[in-house]
Design a protein around this ligand. Structure first.
Ligand code: NDP
Length: 302
C-alpha cells in the first residue's frame, strides 16, 4: 500500500504568517493602526512561558504589537480581572489572550468571560462559542481553525457529506472543531473517554481529528484506508534511556502506523502546532480590522 502524504503544517503556517504580515502592513499603511495583542501570563509554568515567548515573536515578525503582562502566581483573581478591564478599554489593544492554565485559586471561566468578546483572540468566550454553535460569524478558536485550513488544503474547500470523527470534547479544541466541521456540512461524530468501541468508530471516518492528550492512542488499524488524519495531540514521552532533558514529542496518533494506512496525516511536531500560532495572528488582525470597520481577512472566516 502507498504511504500517506504528509500534511506540512509548518510550511502552511509560514505562508499564512507571511500573508497576515502583508495584510497587517497594508492596514497600518491605510489607517495608521498597528494590530496589538495583549498577552497575559500568570505564574511561572515553564511550558506556558515558552508558548508565550513564541507567540510574542510571531506577533513581532508579523509587524504587530505584543503587549506583555506577566503577573506572579500569587496574583488575586480581582487583580487579574481589573487588568482585563483596563485592556478591554485600551484602544491600542485589539486582542487579549490569557495564557492557560491559570493558577488553581483563579476561576478560568470567570476570567475568560471578563474579556470583551470582540477582543477575545483565542475565541474561548461563551459569546464566541455560541456564535460558532449557531453558525454565525465570531472569533474561532485558533487550533480548530488551523485544523480546518489544513483539511481544506488537502481535500478542497467543499467538505460536504464527509464523515468526520473528532476524538476529544474540550472547549478549546474538540467542541469547536466539531462545530466547524458541522458548519462545513460534514457528518460529525464526537468521541470522548466514555465512547464505546472507539476503534470501530474511527474506522468509519473519512476525516479523523485526534485531540485527546494520550500518546499514540490511535493505532494504524483504527484508521480507514485513505482517511485524512489530523493529530492535535502534543505529548512529551519520558526520556528514553541515555536521553537528557525531556523525551520525544508525539501526537495522539501512532504516526508510523498511520502513514501506512491514511491518505494524509499531520506529523507531530510540525503539523497542527505551528497553525495555532499563525491563526492567533489571523484573529488579532481580524479584530483590528473589525475595530475600524474594514473587512476581516478571509482566513478568519471559516
Ligand atoms: P483536554 O484534556 O481538555 O481534553 C481531552 C479530551 O480527550 C476529553 O474530551 C476526554 O474525554 C478525551 N479523552 C481522554 N481519554 C480518552 C480516551 N481514552 N478515549 C477517548 N477520548 C478520551 O485536552 P485538550 O483538548 O486541551 O488537548 C488535547 C490534546 O491536544 C493535548 O495533547 C494537548 O496538548 C493538545 N493541544 C495541542 C494544541 C496545538 O496547538 N497543537 C493546542 C491545544 C491542545 P472526557 O471529556 O470524557 O474526559
Amino acid at each position: 500500500m502507498s504511504q500517506a502524504s504528509l500534511i506540512d503544517g509548518k510550511d502552511f503556517a509560514a505562508r499564512l504568517r507571511a500573508r497576515v504580515a502583508t495584510q497587517a502592513a497594508d492596514l497600518t499603511a491605510r489607517t495608521g493602526i498597528v494590530p496589538g495583542l495583549a498577552v497575559v501570563l500568570v505564574g511561572d509554568d515553564p511550558a506556558s512561558a515558552v508558548y508565550v515567548r513564541n507567540k510574542e515573536r510571531a506577533l513581532d515578525s508579523a509587524g504587530m504589537h505584543s503587549l506583555d503582562h506577566r503577573l506572579p502566581a500569587t496574583t488575586e483573581q480581582a487583580t487579574l480581572l481589573a487588568l482585563i478591564d483596563r485592556l478591554n478599554q485600551d484602544p491600542a489593544v485589539h486582542g487579549i489572550l490569557v495564557q492557560l492554565p491559570l493558577p488553581r485559586h483563579i476561576d478560568t471561566a470567570t476570567v475568560l468571560a471578563a474579556i470583551a468578546p470582540e477582543k477575545d483572540a483565542d475565541g474561548f468566550h461563551v459569546t464566541n462559542a455560541g456564535l460558532l454553535a449557531v453558525g454565525r460569524p465570531g472569533v474561532v478558536p485558533c487550533t480548530p481553525l488551523g485544523c480546518l485550513m489544513l483539511l481544506r488544503d488537502v481535500l478542497g474547500r467543499d467538505l460536504a457529506g464527509r464523515r468526520a470523527l473528532v476524538i476529544g470534547r474540550s472547549t478549546i479544541v474538540g467542541r469547536p472543531m466539531a462545530q466547524l466541521l458541522l458548519n462545513a456540512d460534514c457528518t460529525v461524530t464526537m468521541a470522548h473517554s466514555r465512547t464505546r468501541d472507539l476503534a470501530e468508530t474511527c474506522r468509519q471516518a473519512d476525516i479523523l481529528i485526534a485531540a485527546v492528550g494520550r500518546p499514540e492512542m490511535v493505532r494504524g488499524d483504527w484508521i480507514k484506508p485513505g482517511a485524512v488524519v489530523i493529530d492535535v495531540g502534543m505529548n512529551r514521552l519520558p526520556p528514553a534511556c541515555g536521553e537528557t532533558g525531556g523525551g520525544r514529542l508525539v501526537g495522539d496518533v501512532h504516526f508510523a502506523e498511520a502513514l501506512e494506512v491514511a491518505g494524509a496525516v499531520t506529523p507531530v511536531p510540525g503539523g497542527v502546532g505551528p497553525m495555532t500560532i499563525a491563526c492567533l495572528l489571523v484573529n488579532t488582525l481580524a479584530a483590528a480590522c473589525r475595530r475600524v470597520g474594514l473587512p476581516v481577512p478571509v482566513e478568519a472566516v471559516p
